[in-house]
Every structure is written in C-alpha cells, then in structure tokens.
Design a protein. Structure first.
Length: 142
C-alpha cells in the first residue's frame, strides 16, 4: 500500500516539475523533509515557483467519498502566504478513473475557491515489459 502511495506522490511531483515548480518538501521523500500539517489537514507536497507557493494533495477513491472533503478543499485553497499575502495554489492529483467525480465535487465549491484549485489526472506512464511476453524461438543461425 505504501509503495502505491509513494508512486502517486512521485507522479504528483512530476506534474509540479512540468509546471516549473521546485519541490520544497514532500511525503515519502529521501532527501526532502515531510511537509507539516496545514491547519488540521495533511498535505503531500509543498512547492515554490519564484515567489509563488503551491500545495499538492493526492486524492484516492476513499478521500473522494469522505465526509470532510469539501472543508479540506475549501481550507487548503483559501491559504495565503504570511507576509506577502499571496494566494497559495492548490494542486489536486486524482487517478484517471476518478477524475470526473473529483471535477464534479470541485465544481460545487465557491467561485473564489474553485479559481485557486487545479485538478489533473495521475497516470502511470511506464511501459509494460516486453521481455516477459517474448517467445523464445529456435535459432536459425549460430
């Protein structure tokens, strides 16, 4: 179970990198510290792009059916930095099969909160191994 979570966090970090963010802290990291709680909620990644900060969370099916999802998304999307008072962007990674459900939940939130949330699919792009399926044939030439 922890390997699946680690892989999902790795894929979420890749999405941050694609958007130019530098990871400040992350869960299941080797060299980076784990992010602290934001309020009473756990976050998976804290990242920075120039002077802008972002929070990243991964939602699975259990999280999407949870009762406190609306309050969690509203709270995390309404965060701002301490001194410059800039909004902190919330990135939400969702497995591809639950993407429509997550998008529908986020569409029910207030306009201000919805503008600060970016949802994207977490898809494992690794290619299947071809060696396992390869059939050994008789050698024609030696």
């Amino acid at each position: 179970m922890e390997d699946i979570k680690r892989k999902n966090i790795d894929l979420l970090v890749e999405e941050f990198w694609k958007r130019g963010y530098l990871t400040v802290s992350r869960k299941y990291g080797t060299y980076l510290p784990e992010p602290g709680k934001v309020g009473t909620f756990d976050v998976d990644i804290v990242a920075r792009y120039k002077n802008d900060y972002a929070i990243g969370i991964h939602l699975n099916l259990n999280d999407l059916t949870g009762s406190n999802l609306f309050s969690k998304l509203t709270f995390l999307a309404s965060r701002h930095t301490k001194f410059s008072n800039k909004k902190v962007k919330l990135f939400v990674g969702v497995p591809a099969e639950n993407f429509k459900q997550a998008k529908a939940i986020i569409d029910e939130l207030e306009e201000d909160v919805r503008k600060n949330i970016q949802v994207f699919r977490i898809v494992d792009k690794s290619l299947p191994s071809v060696r396992k399926n390869r059939i050994t044939s008789n050698v024609l030439f030696s």
